[in-house]
Ligand binder design. Sequence first.
Ligand SMILES: [Zn+2]
Length: 271
Amino acid sequence: MAHIVQVGAGSGGMVVLDLVAREPQVKRITLIEPDVYKPHNAIRHYFPQEAAGLRKSELARQWLAAHRPDLEVQCLEVDLLDMSAQPKIEAAVASADIGVCAVDNEPAKYHWDALMRKYRKAWTLGEVLSGGIGGFVHVFRPEGPCYGCVASALKRSVEVDSAPPPDYSQPGGPVYEVTVPASKASISVIASLHALVTLELLQNPDYDPGFTCVLLALRKVPQVFDEVLRPYRFRIERMRECLFCGEAAHRGAAEDLDEALAQALDRLAHA
Ligand SMILES: [Zn+2]
């Protein structure tokens, strides 16, 4: 009985949720989504304008009940980063088979990554580039590189607001969060790939698509993407010096303190 824990049911997340829920091996879904549906969401979402004012989690629950009445659905209407919600979130993560990340802010992605590594769960992430010119799908495993390793390898900026205009001088170059709205078509293509990879990974934990991250070009953009529908595959290794999953992260804080103290005493001894 497969249990998927997903964060985010926005315009992309809802596509992923719908597609993974269609597969009979998925028996249980936990959705973390605190947002309220707004009138402007309707243009890229499954739900009508009249649904504005309701929680996205409630709308998702109704959608799933209509299409998979046998599915067990739990909604956590909490912010992923809310400290008081962590026990509930961690309980869901601990019992899940796989995680799905469909949020578009960096702190939430890093937090999700930390949760997934803590409970040693594989997870997937989909990201649409600004303007919908392309998008990423990432596959994370407990023993593999973390989100920090991947972000660093792809040289991505986490400073979105102060970031210069997107400059995809080469695939895998700086990538920013969605700032120019993407079309529903672009969002759906990347979300569908995200769902596909998630289902493969769920079916076979050893599933190796041949990449850690795949970047699919959806639009021809001068000096960025020469061809449409071309995938760029990235195999990314765990970084030894990674602050989140590398050797430094595994050394306890106490050990660091001991080391600092020893060095300080050493300096005094030689003063
Ligand atoms: Zn790392």
